[in-house]
Design a binder for this molecule. Structure first.
Ligand code: FAD
Ligand code: SF4
Length: 590
């Protein structure tokens, strides 16, 4: 084995989302001589960022004054807000809670926003490297974080090295900034290693499933924002839908299910599809076409679940720290603010110490504190949750109590120990037909001849205990149908687990919700995963071909290379981004 190549920077950032890019931009604005690189696992910047989002623009005003004169490609001023309580056949319009007023905000494609921010970071001298997954952290002799290790490329499923094998390099830095988004895979390990959560509640999550539709001309009202709760969720399940009208006759819509749900038979993907068939939603979509679809976990534990955000040599920002404001369903402004705060902290001295106190004393934390009891209140059911939310909103969170959070995996009821809710679902007619058809619109791509990136510690548990106690909920909560129980006469119940890893859209739900905590999501080869960047395009995803689980997107790679890419991520090493990485590797300080 050759000696591992090493590059050195002052700061390495993991994740080119709003948090990581804002951090890098701000640090270079304040300290142009500091060397900074940003590592991103998606093939192009923004390709793994799902949300068509309504964002609060004030942090962007502070970071990039003048951005309004040169806005990102999709940027529609927020128009009227509507908020509904749905029943199966009707809807009651409710007064807007203060946090949901969007006047002055913008509807953007978050992926396009990141693709627009990255060149601005590069112009300041930041090295941005898409197509590279940080697979591990590296440590100094005293245990402090010394940087990250990029995952190897060209490893076959059986662990052998293929012809294109390339050992991942180590990127060493004085400070490592984790900006991996919700349930970061490195963050998860570091939280445990440095006991960052010993004084906080367990983190909580929801799963957001989303589609972008092209609808018949004239049907969309650019800027209009609709939120709903109620049907199809039962009163004990936290769930709600959102619908944002973009320009170009496009509508972004999605459904969020709290991962603290207790019914092991619950299917978040099906709940979203049902919601689309509500009488207020369906007429908007009929005769339209899906442009893109995907899913991603959202971090919802809030104030009481915030872990310590610093450790020797590293710090956490954005969603990986847990900064999303749940009642607003907004995390972008918090991600940007925390990134800027971290940059201002490190501009003083390249040392993570003191950042935790700085973040906790900031307006980022003050915002989370005000709403800390809203989401946990819904654990006691919809009606209590609504009353509690009204109280907490009216008092701006001044209640002298703080509700506790518990781990989402622990909330599932065992079969036979609960009453399964009557779901009262409708017959669906809108596409997609099923989860596999939906994965097609995520344009996800993984080389199938690579080690499975979903580690199940003991598959015997799946075939025995989990089958008996929960009827294998992974086969239902995964929005991409990655987990299947297939026939196998040699197993006690005639079924064994099959993992269709190539379909994974990197939402991280399985890593969160598995009741035995035996599923670990690790990074696959860099560049693999969903390709959501067509959210920034004005025309529909044209002629993508599906062959088994393979998707050919070589015809139209939005920021792409023109190289053929057909579910073989080894081809990503031929992309310009990775060539640039190699070229810049030579220029970085060694
Ligand atoms: C369905 C849905 C709807 C939402 N709606 C809104 C909304 O309307 N308004 C709003 O403000 N917010 C919204 N959010 C939340 C918002 O998306 C997040 O708060 C925001 O994106 C957080 O930014 P971030 O930079 O912390 O993380 P992310 O945006 O998640 O970015 C993290 C980046 O890190 C990369 N990465 C992760 N791990 C690694 C690794 N090991 N190596 C290399 N790269 C890695 C990822 O690929 C990703 O590009 C929504 C979220 C969802 C899921
Ligand atoms: S395998 Fe896990 S991370 Fe991948 S799509 Fe399914 S639930 Fe999400």
């Amino acid at each position: 084995m050759s000696e591992r190549e090493t590059m050195e920077y002052d700061v390495v950032v993991v994740g080119a989302g709003p948090a990581g890019l804002s951090f890098a931009i701000r640090l270079k604005q304040l300290k142009p001589d500091v060397s900074v690189c940003v590592i991103e696992k998606s093939s192009t910047i923004g390709a793994h960022i799902l949300s068509g989002a309504v964002i609060e623009p004030q942090p962007l005003d502070a970071l990039l004054p003048g951005w309004r004169d040169n806005p990102p490609p999709i940027c529609v001023p927020a128009g009227p807000d509507e908020f509904y309580l749905f029943s199966k056949t009707g809807a009651r319009k409710l007064p807007l809670p203060p946090g949901m007023h969007n006047h002055g905000n913008f509807i953007v494609s978050l992926g396009a926003l990141c693709a627009w921010m990255a060149p601005q970071a590069e112009a300041l001298g930041v090295d941005v490297f898409p197509g590279f997954a940080a697979a591990d952290t590296v440590h100094n002799d005293d245990g402090s974080v010394a940087g990250v290790r990029i995952g190897d490329m060209g490893v076959a499923k059986d662990g052998s090295h293929k012809a294109n094998y390339t050992q991942g390099i180590d990127i060493k830095a004085k400070v490592t900034v984790l900006a991996e988004g919700a349930r970061g895979s490195l963050t998860k390990v570091l939280v445990k290693r440095f006991k960052l959560d010993e004084h906080s509640d367990p983190q909580g999550y929801s799963i957001g499933i989303k589609e972008l539709w092209q609808v018949p001309a004239g049907r969309a009202t650019p800027g209009k924002i609709v939120h709903s709760f109620g049907w199809p969720a039962d009163t004990r399940t936290y769930g709600g839908g959102f619908l944002y009208h973009l320009d170009g006759d496009r509508i972004a819509l999605g459904y969020v299910s709290g991962l603290d749900y207790s019914d092991p038979k619950y299917k978040p993907w099906e709940a979203f599809q049902q919601w689309k068939h509500h009488p207020l939603i369906k007429p908007l979509l009929e005769d339209g076409t899906i442009l893109s679809a995907g899913a991603r976990a959202m971090v919802t534990g809030g104030y009481q679940s915030l872990p310590k955000v610093e450790m020797p040599g590293a710090l956490l920002i954005g969603d990986t720290a847990g900064l999303l404001n749940v009642p607003k369903i907004k995390g972008t402004h918090q991600a940007i603010k925390s990134g800027m705060l971290a940059a201002e902290h490190l501009a003083g001295k390249l040392d993570s110490a003191g950042f935790d106190a700085k973040l906790r004393g900031s307006e980022v934390m003050a915002e989370l504190k005000k709403v800390r009891n809203v989401k946990p209140g819904f654990k006691k059911g919809l009606w209590f949750g609504m009353l509690n939310a009204a109280w907490e909103t009216a008092t701006a969170g001044l209640s002298p109590w703080t509700f506790k959070n518990k781990a989402d995996w622990s909330s599932l009821h065992k079969l036979g120990e609960y009453d399964e809710p009557i779901r009262d679902y409708v017959q669906r007619t809108l596409p997609p037909r099923d989860r596999l058809a939906s994965v097609y619109f995520a344009a996800t791509e993984h080389d199938e001849d690579q080690p499975v990136h979903l580690h199940v510690a003991d598959t015997n548990i799946c075939a025995t205990k989990c089958f008996e106690e929960y009827d294998n909920p992974c086969t239902r909560y995964c929005p991409a149908q990655v987990y299947e129980m297939v026939d196998d006469a040699s197993m006690p119940h005639g079924k064994r687990l099959q993992i269709n890893a190539a379909n994974c859209v990197h939402c991280k739900t399985c890593d969160i919700k598995d009741p035995y905590e035996i599923i670990t999501w690790v990074t696959p080869e860099g560049g693999a995963g969903p390709n959501y960047q067509n959210l920034s395009q004005r025309r529909p995803w044209p002629t993508a071909r599906r062959q088994s689980n393979l998707v050919d997107i070589s015809h139209d790679r939005p920021h792409g290379s023109g190289h053929a890419i057909r579910c073989d991520t080894s081809a990503l090493y031929t992309l310009p981004a990775s060539r640039r990485f190699r070229r810049q590797a030579g220029t970085a300080r060694r």
